[in-house]
Design a protein around this ligand. Sequence first.
Ligand code: SAM
Ligand code: SF4
Ligand code: SF4
Length: 346
Amino acid sequence: MVVGATPGLLADTRGRHLHDLRISVTDRCNFRCTYCMPKSLFDKDYKYLAHDELLSFEEITRTARLFALHGVEKIRLTGGEPLLRKNVEALIEMLAALKTTDGRSMDLTLTTNGSLLPKKARTLRAAGLQRITVSLDSLDDNVFRAMNDVDFPVTDVLRGIDAASDAGFFPVKINMVVKKGVNDRDIVAMARHFKGSGHIVRFIEFMDVGSSNGWRMDDVVPSAEVVRAISAVMPLVEAEANYSGEVAERWAYRDGSGEIGVISSVTQAFCASCTRARLSTEGNLYTCLFAQSGHDLRALIRSGRTDAEIAAAIGLIWEQRGDRYSEIRSDATAQDPKIEMSYIGG
Ligand code: SAM
Ligand code: SF4
Ligand code: SF4
């Protein structure tokens, strides 16, 4: 019998509550973004997880329900490419039925490369998904094709964003990872394209996730530079956070035509307010994006433990958490072995 925390509001060793759960539903992807799943490593010999290694939809939902008992109010599905998981709509339906501790609906969202949205946006909405974030690194077709490294055209992702919007996911959040010398010339064009559309572009600093993307500090464009570049042509004013602990810093166009966000994971660590747990495709729980190891919840689930026992194990893991990687990042830690982004999700 695992003893420890009983369900309820949990705090870790730095006083941070458990609030968000990111669930990776597949380790596969139809893109090979050079900073995430470089072709050199994720080639035809790469060993992806076998079907029976993945958590089933029932196992994911059961685990998510136990997280909800501990105070989780927001669930994000990710991957790999989450829309590649067969019948992911059925999982969404199951998760959409979960409730927070005070009886509200779970905030249920998903991050996707957008490639399958023209086909799937409506069924995702019908299944109960509430919001969608689409990753899009450039509007320049040549740059985008080179970054996704499978020659995927930018127009098809734009069609995906339109399809999401038409299906009722509005506004769509659009995430652009900025890498110096690769797509930083496209920052202003990206902002301009979506200005006035209602959609919200968020510029993300390139991070040293995993061990395969050859990260160097020199590749990072600080968010302050992004804001300066956009504001020079389309003036911005700082906007208030929507809620305390919001990861993206908000900036509104002075002419009232919308807003952008910047996520400064490298230059302005937000560990102090990090309330996220991550569940990998095969059921490992990670308490930090940069963790070197996880906690095997699948073993507990498949060994017949009760809900109370699994909830207690989750509680203990969270209460012992002290992660603050981004606060202590250095050139040396950047070389440490870490789990890959495609495995744990963004
Ligand atoms: N395939 C989906 C997608 O691309 O949106 C979901 C999974 S992907 C791992 C989630 C997010 O992580 C994407 O927005 C991606 O751009 C971001 N990401 C991946 N590697 C990154 C890195 N090294 N630094 C910053 N963001 C990264
Ligand atoms: Fe796939 Fe998303 Fe990683 Fe790109 S960022 S390789 S789309 S998982
Ligand atoms: Fe959270 Fe870890 Fe990122 Fe810090 S480095 S914000 S603890 S995921």
